[in-house]
Ligand binder design. Structure first.
Ligand SMILES: OB(O)c1ccc2cc[nH]c2c1
Length: 229
């Protein structure tokens, strides 16, 4: 999978050089390229924003640099990209979204700042590929970078080969519509707190039943919204 990121803070994504995603980049499973939007400006001040038409507080990101950046990526793309713009006005990004996107060949994340990106950029991007505006949740960040990083990690880890043991991706929160069961490791007692006996029983059927019950109980308690049809 190829992932491009367009941002005015390219250094923000240096962290993608380390850990699991860094290893996946090293072995060619992920091809991550970060682009500085200011490199697509044409003025000496490398301006990316301007005042909003219709008035209002703050600044809006100019369409011109975005158009040149999207063109540069689209021109060298080997398959139709999906353009993802993190946005508080976007669809909810959930595990199913991550699973869907992990099957794509080319994702391009466009990270907005200020009050957002000129709307015409999304229209233009739709002439180059699929466009998705996506939000992590019902809160507002200062820009798209944090959301893009989270989405890149959630998607990248599902790309076959990135996570060593694919089994570990199965029993995770949200994979089966429920929150994951509690996990324990040695010692069996720690500061007066014991591991549930069933987990020490060696009875795999009972362990599986207990874990499922825990998933349903936790989901009912913490995320009842996941239980409605
Ligand atoms: O909360 B967010 O996901 C988000 C995304 C993009 C921009 C651009 C300016 N504020 C933003 C917030």
């Amino acid at each position: 999978m190829r992932i491009d990121v367009i941002t005015i803070f390219p250094e923000f994504f240096d962290v993608l050089e380390v850990s699991l995603l860094g290893k996946a980049r090293g072995n060619g499973l992920l091809d991550v390229r970060v682009h500085n939007l200011r490199d697509f400006t044409t003025d000496r001040h490398r301006t990316v924003d301007d005042t909003p038409y219709g008035g209002g507080a703050g600044m809006v990101m100019k369409p011109e640099p975005w158009g040149l950046a999207l063109d540069a990526i689209a021109q060298e793309a080997t398959s139709e990209p999906t353009f993802v713009f993190p946005s508080p006005a976007g669809e909810r990004f959930v595990q199913a979204t991550a699973r869907e996107w992990s099957g794509l060949d080319h994702l391009v994340f466009g990270c907005g700042r200020y009050e957002g990106i000129d709307e015409r950029v999304f229209t233009y991007a739709a002439s180059l590929g699929q466009v998705r505006l996506a939000s992590l949740g019902d809160y507002v960040l200062n820009g798209g970078e944090v959301a893009a990083m989270a989405m890149i990690e959630a998607v990248g880890r599902l790309v076959p080969g990135v996570v060593g043991n694919p089994e570990s991706l199965v029993e995770e929160s949200h994979e089966d519509g429920l929150l994951e069961y509690p996990s324990y490791t040695k010692p069996s007692e720690w500061r007066g707190l014991a591991v549930p006996d069933v987990l020490l029983s060696g009875h795999h059927g009972r362990v599986a039943e207990w874990r499922r019950d825990q998933q349903v109980e936790r989901t009912r308690e913490r995320r009842p919204d996941l239980l409605v049809d």
